[in-house]
Design a protein around this ligand. Structure first.
Ligand SMILES: CC(C)(COP(=O)(O)OP(=O)(O)OC[C@H]1O[C@@H](n2cnc3c(N)ncnc32)[C@H](O)[C@@H]1OP(=O)(O)O)[C@@H](O)C(=O)NCCC(=O)NCCS
Length: 158
């Protein structure tokens, strides 16, 4: 039987996280941005991964990035296609939300093209203008901003 492990990312995972994000970005569906190796090493502590116990491949990832004093962002969420609709996306997001709570952060947001998925996890649509100004700076650096932006802001508050 296949078995998978959800855990914090390790340095040895960076190449496989990079590949997972690049492969998803290459589908052209425009739901995930590719991340550079430099960025992944810098932000490695943000990441949770799902590892295939048999192959040691990384088949899912998600990051929690602290934004400001009361809010963190969920980003870079990907589950590899064969593993979808088996609860791993939910488990990855729940791990990040749980980590936010341990840091004393009671608001978690995401910019997403999949609002239906995040709704199932309790997130609600919010006006992006209510998010910290820093979030807008990230938008300015996004290649899809502003005309091709297909994302909405969603937030979960405790
Ligand atoms: C979105 C994604 C992470 C979901 O992962 P997953 O492992 O298939 O999700 P789960 O199996 O945990 O699904 C949790 C719930 O959301 C639902 N769901 C999953 N994908 C969905 C989608 N695209 N639209 C609506 N609902 C969805 C599931 O049916 C499930 O509902 P249930 O609890 O009522 O059974 C995965 O499809 C993916 O990697 N997509 C490409 C990258 C992407 O879109 N990332 C999101 C960034 S914005």
């Amino acid at each position: 039987m296949d078995s998978f492990i959800l855990r914090k990312a390790m340095v040895k995972d960076v190449r496989l996280i990079h590949e997972l994000l690049m492969n998803e970005a290459a589908t052209g569906e425009g739901v995930v941005l590719p991340r550079s190796y430099n960025d992944l090493y810098n932000r490695l502590r943000d990441f949770y991964v799902v590892e295939d116990d048999a192959t040691r491949n990384i088949v899912g990832c998600c990051a929690l990035a602290i934004t400001w004093d009361n809010i963190a962002e969920i980003r870079s969420l990907v589950v590899s296609r064969p593993l979808r609709k088996q609860g791993w996306g939910r488990r990855l997001v729940e791990a990040c939300v749980s980590e936010a709570l341990t840091f004393g952060l009671f608001n978690v947001f995401t910019l997403t093209a999949k609002p239906e998925f995040f709704e199932k996890l309790g997130f609600s649509l919010v006006d992006q203008a209510t998010l910290p100004q820093k979030v807008w700076a990230d938008c300015l650096n996004c290649p899809k901003y502003p005309d091709q932006c297909n994302e909405v802001a969603m937030q979960l508050t405790f």
